[in-house]
Design a protein around this ligand. Structure first.
Ligand code: ADP
Ligand code: MG
Length: 337
């Protein structure tokens, strides 16, 4: 830690505090994410932390944030990342994106997802605040605090309390413990829908106030699922705990009016109850959405980075950091961005 001079606090989320710092020798500007190992004495290093580090150490992709170093500090670990001056949430807060810019960001997100899914990594917390923007404007997926290595064919139960509520797929809302890449694909589509929805309505597409309301919003838009549209749904742990009156689907254009051509078909190929029918990241990149005008712009045509809103610097060591993603923590700590 002595090698770094802290400049300011840049983010404070559910699983860590993030500081901007300068390396005293190289002068490089980096982001330090400190996670406290409060359970080390009884349970060893939190599995969540090890997952994030291991996944990040293996990852090398232009659209995934680079982990430069990791070092222990007392009962904490500090992860050193390349510094990313903004995130997609801030971009949305400052600009109205046009169709070409939306497609350019979406393309970068899909490239990262294709790579992660090919490497059996489920991110599980995709949302605009975790899509970081670098100095040159490129998008890089960050925040692997909830990621999981996914072994196809292995029947391992996962936690369903992942993903921030507005981005949670229907199977997670019904308590599924066996799920796949589909959870990331749903969240990616909701993020894109938000980008467009916010241009027009100023609100996200499924802004549920609690998990039941979230499920209600999804079902009232996609219509009541049946055995054809969602085989096996009645086997999900919470399926029989909640029932809604039968509802018809609403056209996506009503839900998220957008003037970007082919938008409805594109988003519609992700927002599908049956997770195995959701379009893969790889196929989505070939969707005619990207080949229809307006075409994706180049990175240099993306909006300039908003000026960094510095948060007041707080003493790094005195900050309490929530390091475990236990069920209750995840839903209560996560910011709804
Ligand atoms: P959390 O699990 O707490 O959400 P994140 O890794 O998402 O942790 O970081 C929280 C916030 O910190 C992000 O939304 C972003 O604003 C900022 N942040 C994260 N990583 C970086 C980075 N590499 N460079 C600059 N800011 C970052
Ligand atoms: Mg985050």
């Amino acid at each position: 830690m002595n090698e770094y001079e802290v400049i300011t606090t840049v983010g404070e989320g559910a699983h860590g505090i993030v500081l901007q710092a300068r390396h005293s020798i190289s002068g490089d500007i980096v982001a330090l994410k400190k996670v406290t190992l409060k359970k080390i004495s009884t349970e060893g290093i939190p599995v969540q932390m090890v997952r994030e580090i291991k996944a990040l150490q293996c990852i090398e992709h232009e659209n995934v944030v680079t982990l430069i170093d990791v070092f222990p500090q007392g009962l904490s670990f500090v992860l050193v990342f390349e510094f990313m001056p903004s995130n997609l949430w801030e971009i949305l807060d400052n600009y109205r994106l046009n169709g070409s810019q939306i497609k350019c960001y979406m393309n970068m997100l899909l490239k990262a997802l294709e790579y992660l899914h090919e490497n059996h990594i489920l991110h599980r917390d995709l949302k605009p605040a975790n899509l970081l923007i670098s100095n040159d404007g490129s998008l890089k997926v960050g925040d692997f605090g909830l990621c999981r290595l996914h072994n196809q064919g292995q029947h391992v139960a996962y936690s369903h309390q992942v993903a921030t509520r507005w981005y949670r797929s229907p199977e997670l809302l019904y308590g599924a413990r066996y799920y796949d890449e589909g959870v990331d694909l749903w969240a990616a589509a909701v993020s894109v829908a938000i980008i467009c929805a916010e241009m027009l309505k100023g609100e996200p597409v499924f802004p549920g106030e609690n998990d039941i309301d979230q499920l209600y919003l999804v079902i009232s838009s996609l219509g009541t699922p049946d055995e054809t549209s969602w085989p096996g749904r009645s086997e999900l742990p919470d399926y029989n705990k909640i029932s809604f009156r039968p509802m018809d689907p609403v056209p996506l254009t009503t839900l998220v009016p957008s003037d970007v051509p082919k938008y409805e078909e594109f988003i519609g190929s992700f927002l599908i109850y049956n997770s195995s029918k959701r379009i893969s990241a790889k196929s989505a990149m070939d969707h005619e959405f990207f080949r229809t005008h307006p075409l994706p712009c180049s990175i240099s045509e993306l909006p300039p980075l908003p000026t960094l809103k510095s948060v007041m610097f707080k003493d790094f060591d005195s900050l309490k950091i929530c390091d475990d993603a236990s069920a209750s923590n995840t839903s209560s700590c996560s910011t709804l961005k």
